[in-house]
Structures are given as C-alpha cells and as structure tokens.
Design a protein around this ligand. Structure first.
Ligand SMILES: [Fe+2]
Ligand SMILES: [Fe+2]
Length: 220
C-alpha cells in the first residue's frame, strides 16, 4: 500500500492547497466563516450510502467486516451536518427541492462520480483504497474547518464542524491496521488503484471550487 499511500498524500497536498482552505479567514459571523458549508450537502448525504454499499459489495469476509465497521463509525454524521446547518444559517426547510437546487449540481455530479467507483472495482483491496482516499480527504477537511470554526468563536456547539467529529474521524479502527499498510498490492491492482485515487481527488477539487465560489461570494 506504500505507493498508494504516497499517491493519496500527493493528492491530499494538492487538495489542502486549494484556496478554499488557504484563504479561509475566521469571522465571528459563522454564516460567513462557514458560508461554503451548505453546498456540500449532497456529498455528506451520498457518503453515507457509498460507504455502506461499498462494504456490502465486498466479497472477502474480512474486508467486508472492516468496511462495515468503517461505515458504522461514520453513521449518523449527516445528522450532525444538518444540525450544524441550522445553527450556522438558521433553521429552515432543507428538503429534496433544496438538495436538487441547480447551485448544488456540480457537487451532486461529483458525488455520483465518486459513487460510480464502488460499482466498477473488481478487487476488494480497491474498496479499502477507496475508503482510505475518502478518509484522507475527510480528515484534512474536517481538521481545517474545525480550526476555522474555533477561531471564528464556535464554543463547542458545532458537531460536524467541531472537535467531536474530528475525534471520531481520527478514531476510525481501520487506521490502526499497520499490517495492511505494509501489504504489497499486485501490480495490476496498483495500476487500477492509482488512477482511481486521482479521479476521487479530482472530484474533491471540483467540489472545493464550488465551495470556494460560495465562500468568496458570501465574504465579498
Ligand atoms: Fe464522519
Ligand atoms: Fe470517517
């Protein structure tokens, strides 16, 4: 997995260099500090289905169990997200019509593009790589947004964008499997893993573009 992990780290470096993160400035008005949050809704919701289905599609019982544990550890985080939106932007109806607003088109498209990976893979080890790529991005994202929320004056009310989520993410059981990190992937599996990681991060970069546009407009 070493080469795959290096590939994930390389893409992660690119993602965290996105202006969404580098140009974040604390603001006591959370609806401005975290103005981008709403546009990520399709991804936050889709993530729940993707991780659950990815686990159910694994043929190897051990890999299926690892993936199911991961999906379970992330279950319900979409509720934290929706509660946070109420806190940040005020309570209002965020219904199906809202979720399919054209402003969220790109984020829905990229969420589906990421989802498509789990139906294409033909080797369970790629399902692990898939989740590792998602988790690397999620961990980096949540750590940065948490800092932004705290510096903007959040006093612990936020959950998805707060330390409770950062802790849950760093506590994923699958991160503790050092043996897997040392596992050597066959060449043909690795050859499929690297482009998949590239596609996933490509989707995250396009979501970051949308989020940054929203953030810039709200802080202009
Ligand atoms: Fe989560
Ligand atoms: Fe997670």
């Amino acid at each position: 997995m070493k080469i795959v992990n290096e590939c994930i780290q390389k893409h992660l470096g690119e993602l965290v260099s996105h202006p969404l993160f580098t140009e974040m400035k604390p603001n006591p008005d959370l609806s401005r500090a975290l103005a981008f949050a709403e546009v990520l809704a399709p991804w936050v919701m889709t993530f729940q289905d993707i991780t659950r289905i990815n686990a159910s599609l694994a043929k190897d019982p051990e890999i299926r169990a690892t993936l199911a544990t991961h999906a379970r550890e992330d279950r319900g985080h979409q509720e934290w997200f929706l509660d946070d939106l109420d806190l940040i932007f005020g309570e209002r109806v965020r219904d199906v019509r809202w979720l399919y607003d054209p402003a969220l088109d790109v984020v829905r498209e990229e969420s589906l593009a990421i989802a498509s990976e789990i139906f294409r893979v033909d080797d369970d080890r790629l399902r692990i790589v898939f989740v590792e790529a998602l988790e690397a991005a999620a961990g980096a994202f949540i750590a940065r947004v948490c800092r932004q929320a705290a510096e903007s004056g959040d006093d612990g009310k936020l959950k998805y964008f707060g330390p409770v989520h950062a802790e849950a993410e760093s506590g994923h059981e699958m991160f503790e499997d050092e043996e897997r990190d040392e596992e050597v992937l066959p060449d043909d599996v690795r050859e499929r893993a690297l482009p998949m990681v590239g596609r996933i991060f490509g989707s995250f970069l396009r979501m970051a573009d949308v989020a940054f546009a929203k953030q810039s407009a709200a802080n202009a």
